[in-house]
Ligand binder design. Structure first.
Ligand code: FPP
Length: 256
């Protein structure tokens, strides 16, 4: 039996990211419209923050709206935006109570005013909180994040006296410092519900070494047990970062 993630903090992922997929199919299976699936999904998103807190996760990122989601039917986009505008103020008292630090990853500038206002307010009033960090990925795209970091890197290199050297010394760690995620812990575990096995432009940079976990469960049916199962699978994996098992064992011996 694999060790339960709750039994050993060292095998708990610090940062868990979730692609909340399957809302539309969940709704269709019940003869309902897609927005009903998103509404139910939003309730689960609210619950998963509590479950993740209970299970000891420190950072939770939820893929609420991708840069590609603008291409969905106009009514669905509008529905998702109003859902966000309603949900945020509604969940704020819970976030205050449980010290959730609310953050955004993505470019919120093209979002409707009501969403931008709700998002900014939630970020401001929870900025000093010490509980779980809830990172909502909103108008987020991993490729777009990388391009933004390339732009910043080019500017930084341009400002250096020895540009050749600055370029030669550019490492993945230095580049990550240019990314929107610079003060977010690297992604440890990426969960995708809904049965598809894709990353869909989510956390591309950190997906390099994140553990991937796919489940057929549609997001509106996702439960605390499903999250626990994902954490248990994570705990049973060996993260090698390109090394061998023997090297990992030696590192662990030295650390002990
Ligand atoms: C993917 O399911 C889901 C989305 C694109 C939106 C996710 C949004 C929510 C769960 C609600 C708001 C969330 C927060 C955190 C405020 P899909 O529509 O692609 O499902 P399908 O593949 O079955 O069609």
């Amino acid at each position: 039996m694999s060790p339960s993630a709750q039994e050993d903090d060292s095998i708990l992922p610090c940062h868990v990211g979730i692609i909340m997929d399957g809302n539309g199919r969940w709704a269709r299976a019940r003869g309902k419209g897609r927005l009903e699936g998103h509404r139910q999904g939003a309730e689960v998103a609210r619950n998963v923050v509590r479950w993740a807190t209970d299970l000891g996760v420190k950072q939770l990122s939820l893929y609420a709206f991708s840069t590609e989601n603008w291409e969905r039917p106009r009514l669905e986009v509008r529905g998702l935006m109003s859902l966000l505008a309603i949900l945020l103020p509604k969940t704020l008292p819970e976030m205050m109570e449980s010290q959730v630090r609310f953050r955004i990853l993505g470019d919120i500038s093209p979002l409707p005013n009501s969403v931008r206002k709700a998002v900014k307010h939630a970020c401001e009033v929870t900025a000093h909180h010490t509980g779980i960090e809830l990172i909502i990925c909103l108008n987020y795209g991993g490729q777009q994040e990388i391009i933004a970091a390339v732009r910043e890197t080019l500017q930084w290199i341009g400002s250096q006296t020895d540009q050749q050297q600055a370029l030669a010394e550019l490492t993945p760690e230095r580049f990550r410092q240019m990314m929107w995620r610079r003060d977010i812990a690297p992604l440890d575990l990426l969960i995708r519900t809904g049965g598809e096995m894709r990353i869909s432009n989510f956390h591309l940079w950190d997906a390099a070494y994140a553990e991937l976990y796919f489940t057929d469960v549609f997001w509106p049916d996702f439960s605390k047990q499903d999250l626990q199962q994902a954490l248990d699978v994570y705990a049973s994996r060996e993260r090698r970062y390109g090394l061998t098992s023997e090297q990992i064992a030696t590192c662990m011996d030295k650390e002990a």
